[in-house]
Design a protein around this ligand. Structure first.
Ligand SMILES: NC(=O)CC[C@H](N)C(=O)O
Length: 383
């Protein structure tokens, strides 16, 4: 199919399918895995979630841009997602919190956007093919060498075996001292008692650190490659393993020895998403790549202990294989969409993790209790 005359951007899938559209944001080319996210809000939080490194995000919700952008919604300093695909041209912002426009912000942060795409057709292709490899190109002159773009997508090796946490982690350890809180409506912030938590940063979202602070944690953040000795030298009362991009098995090469060293000390330990997957690996389980993963803000998850269902925020393309969980480790949560594992706990110990995002951002806050559980475990240990 020849490029339509007004096309200024192009999305080339590795199987040769081409989508033309209108470019916005940065110009140039990027190669990545293509996923879709079904959240109706929170495009800025999604674009700045470090877990999206190596991925281009298709937004299935059509009104993108309508709340503009504000630095308050950045989940990290520089966005990790490689680019964004939307149905319409981004909408003009109309929101009191907006300090800027999505398109200008995207240019500033050097990420490519493409609008005018049949995102329903594209989403079906993602579901059928399994998150495809793509090249996204934006050229205001509309010059696209389609063969080259497809060849580049085909040549890319993909996320399996790729450790990206090293790229997005903090360069140095730091104390989380922001005085902004995050908790569900009606919740009263817990003052003190200053629970000493070490959070290992594999690409941590800021709202996780805010949630920890909101339940009374004093958080020191350490880079992804921190060793057990470095973590324990800070005399933590609890250790947190963050979310992050890439293949957990690749990241596990350095994370697993650290986690095992911490597990030996019987400290409360809590992990989210990549942190969940790496805790599972450290306990001896296996992870695998999913077809197209889970990316959205309305995923039902069942708590197998209480029978309650929570609506959760999700963003993962790998999953823990529950059949490989060793004795003494129980499955605590499952996805009601496809039955995949959504949580584990070590029996009799305050060591647990979840595949989804209790910090929301964006999404519902049903699962905030997990942060309180972590704080309670540390307090119980003190007592
Ligand atoms: N949000 C995350 O931490 C994602 C974890 C992992 N990179 C995955 O895609 O499954």
């Amino acid at each position: 199919m020849p490029a339509p005359r007004d096309a200024t951007a192009c999305l080339a899938l590795a199987d040769g399918t081409i989508f033309y559209g209108k470019g916005f944001g940065a110009t140039g080319e990027t190669v990545a895995e293509l996923v879709f996210n079904t959240a109706m809000t929170g495009y800025q939080e999604i674009m700045t979630d470090p877990s999206y490194a190596g991925q281009v995000v298709t937004f299935t919700f059509p009104h993108i841009g309508n709340t503009g952008v504000t630095a308050e919604d950045d989940e990290t300093a520089t966005p990790a997602a490689a680019g964004m695909v939307v149905k319409w041209d981004p909408t003009e912002p109309s929101n009191w919190r907006a300090t800027g426009e999505l398109t200008q912000w995207l240019s500033k942060v050097g990420r490519i956007g493409i609008g005018g795409i049949d995102t329903r057709r594209l989403t079906r292709a993602i579901r059928q093919q399994g998150a495809p490899h793509v090249t996204l190109a934006h050229d205001p002159e509309g010059r696209f060498d389609i063969e080259k773009l497809v060849a580049r997508a085909r040549a890319w090796k993909g996320l399996v075996g790729l450790d990206l946490a090293r790229d997005v982690t903090c360069a140095q350890s730091y104390r989380w001292d922001e005085k902004r809180w995050a908790w569900p409506q009606g919740y009263t912030r817990r003052e003190g008692p200053g629970l000493r938590v070490v959070a290992v940063d594999y690409g941590a979202k800021r709202n996780i650190l805010r949630c920890l602070a909101s339940v009374g944690c004093e958080v020191t953040v350490l880079p992804a490659t921190a060793t057990a000795e470095e973590v324990l030298a800070l005399n933590p009362e609890g250790v947190f393993l963050s979310n992050g991009p890439g293949d957990p098995a690749a990241t596990g090469e350095y994370a697993v020895p650290m986690i095992r060293g911490v597990l030996d000390r019987d400290l409360p330990l809590f992990g989210i998403c990549l942190g969940h997957q790496m805790l599972a690996l450290a306990l001896g389980a296996k992870t695998r790549k999913m077809n197209h993963g889970h990316h959205g803000a309305n995923h039902p998850v069942k708590d197998l202990t209480t029978g309650k269902v929570e609506i959760t925020s999700m963003n993962h393309g790998f999953t823990v294989d529950a059949d490989t969980l060793p004795k003494g480790v129980k499955e605590t949560h499952v996805s009601l969409f496809d039955g995949t594992n959504c949580g584990i706990a070590v029996e009799g110990k305050p060591v647990y993790s979840v595949q989804y995002h209790p910090e929301a951002s964006p999404g519902p806050q049903d699962s905030f209790y997990l942060f309180e559980r972590f704080a309670d475990a540390m307090k119980a240990r003190r007592a």
